[in-house]
Design a protein around this ligand. Sequence first.
Ligand code: G3I
Length: 372
Amino acid sequence: MKISIHIISALIACMTFLSGYAQSPSSLKDAAKGKFLIGTALNHNQILGHDTAGIKIIKEHFNAIVAENCMKSQPIHPQRDRYSFSLADKLVEFGEQNDIVITGHTLIWHSQLPRWFCHNEDGSLRSAEELKAIMKEHISTVVGRYKGRIKGWDVVNEAIMEDGSYRKSPFYQILGEEFIPLAFQYTHEADPEAELYYNDYNMWAEGKRNTVVKLIGELRKRGLRIDAVGMQSHMGISKPNLTEYEKSIEAFAAAGVKIMMTEFDMSAIPTERLTADLAEGGADPAKARNPYVDGLPDEAYQRWHSRMEKVWEIIMRHSDDITRVTFWGVCDGDSWLNNFPVRGRTDYALPFDRQHNAKPIVGRLIEMLNSK
Ligand code: G3I
């Protein structure tokens, strides 16, 4: 029986359509669609368009971006009468051109803060009135410039310690706890549509968790907007305790805000090894600090992979309360963890390797997203 070529090509076309239709999404952002945004932090090489391999990954896998550094107060407002917006402008343009949601990071933070912001020329702390004026001018200028173009702002970053006390930053020394509601008020005035976030690391710590819950209540009591808390989620290979991490997600959701994993990465270098080897004395401290300089052994990768899965299981369990998961960098070579806590080490903290290849974890995260 002669089957015409037309029937065969029709069958092939139909099978191709069905396989394509039935095929699960093969990028992180497509697999997460309907659950939460998936983001990454851009460094200046990506913002300037030099890192073409990184940009390719960003466009394929991510629908949210944040500046790793260029929108912090020191880079963007180096002198009181001078702003430096060029990198921030390019980041926002990149987001808009690629239909990617943009987060502003970060308005009020004790680090990467120009000295003039909180200190007089003679080194003394500014008065409360002077600091309020500076905060209001900084926030209204930076937020106002991107009004309607940035979805949300990390208004205040890292103001609370693990024991629940307030960090004794210059902001706190001058204004006490008041600097936080003031920052949220000024940001809302500058862009009433923008979402407002409180962002911090080690949010699994019970003391910090409880104070953040109180802070959310205080802001709400004053009629101030707070949409979400950012759990930075800088993970170690053995810390934090994931039960405590999940308790914090539950506590923040119960406080009535959304949750974002805003700086998710996981060092593959065991910190306990760092201390043990150093304590033994005989170990080569340099090797203890940088054990995988020639590559990550398979069993170390497997340990990292399975812990990443455990964190992702928690995120999936709470996806109704989670609106964004942002990785802190695109590939291993970009990670700040290559310079923290030891400069010049080789870590393997992100889902894409130094050759810009997706590690097996990428397929696994997509599979987990598709399964829900
Ligand atoms: O831009 C200068 C460059 O001109 C100079 O030549 C070079 C010399 O070392 O330094 C460059 O500045 C560096 C900057 O990153 C930009 O690359 C700073 O030294 C370096 O300290 C800074 O590190 C950033 C760190 O924040 C500062 O605290 C990391 O890239 C960034 O990933 C990290 O991100 C923070 C979040 O914003 C808040 N949560 C914690 C997270 C990790 O610390």
